[in-house]
Write a protein that binds this ligand. Structure first.
Ligand SMILES: [Zn+2]
Length: 291
């Protein structure tokens, strides 16, 4: 597979427009790499209750860490970004990586990412809520039917890609189920990645073996970071967020928050001057509201 490259503008609807040029990682020193790791898109898992989940997630993250260092990384940060955010087996994590662990972090799945990084990698990612053909497809929680940022419908892959873009950092690689890659490439065409499994309905998969998936991830991460990285998206200001809940009750509660507007049966909307504060509010609205 050739090194993914795109130099053309990114055809996105509404307010997301492309930066004119990509970045050339191979010419960047130091090469600082940020990894956000979820669990649904880890090879071999057909249930989030599988006791092998933490071990297999740790091995896939280690494969990405190894690929990054093989490409010349000088710093690799890993953010455990699934559920409790305390899944990775800390005693088995590649000792060269720095770990962010624990769920209540201001910027959740992207905690610690800033403009000092050269590239972001997503490991174990999955499709957005209410989309067919993905394993455990959801956006944040199963209470969210859709999330739109400046009019563009995105899942977790998208809200995190836009967070990185805000700091000028491109997403260079995605692994997860095949739907995650398809949806990610609607946002960042041609981004490098490995589809380690495919959803059969929402609760079953056809999967690579963990060993095969880990080898492919290490190889493709190295290749991606040695090649030309995708352009970063430019995020228009202000940032307009719309969030559809699957039922009305969470929208009933959310509209009590100053600045949150009720715009439909289960839909709320809010506007922020910049994206980091929008990201925090999205997490409050999908993760911390209770009926
Ligand atoms: Zn997730």
């Amino acid at each position: 597979m050739p090194t993914p490259v795109f130099r053309r503008t990114i055809p996105l609807l509404f307010a997301l427009v492309s930066a004119p040029l990509g970045l050339v990682a191979a010419q960047q020193h130091p090469l600082a790499v940020y990894i956000s790791a979820d669990m649904e898109g880890i090879a071999g898992l057909s249930s989030m209750q599988d006791p092998m989940g933490p071990k297999l997630m740790t091995r896939e993250v280690n494969a990405a860490v190894a690929g990054a260092f093989a490409a010349g990384a000088t710093r690799v940060v890993v953010n455990d970004a699934h559920g409790s955010h305390a899944n990775l087996l800390v005693d088995q994590l590649d000792p060269r990586a720095i770990l962010f662990r624990g769920a209540l972090k201001p910027y959740g799945m992207m905690e610690g990412l800033d403009s000092s990084f050269s590239a972001v990698l997503f490991v174990g990612f999955h499709g957005k809520g209410k989309s067919l053909g993905g394993f455990e497809a959801h956006t944040g929680t199963n209470e969210i039917a859709d999330l739109r940022i400046n009019g563009v419908s995105v899942g977790e892959y998208g809200m995190n890609t836009i967070f990185a873009a805000w700091y000028g950092v491109p997403v260079a690689f995605v692994s997860g189920d095949s739907l995650a890659l398809v949806q990610m490439r609607t946002l960042v065409p041609g981004v490098a990645g490995v589809a380690v499994k495919t959803g059969i309905w929402n609760e079953a998969v056809r999967t690579l073996s963990p060993d095969s998936a880990q080898a492919a991830i290490a190889r493709e991460v190295e290749r991606a970071l040695r090649g030309r990285l995708p352009a970063t998206l430019r995020v228009a200001r202000p940032v307009i967020v719309e969030l559809d809940y699957t039922t009305s009750v969470l929208a009933d509660i959310a509209e009590g928050i100053p600045g949150v507007r009720r715009t439909g049966y289960g839909t709320v909307s809010f506007t922020t001057p910049g994206y980091p504060e929008a990201y925090r509010m999205i997490r409050v609205l999908y993760r911390h509201l209770r009926p």
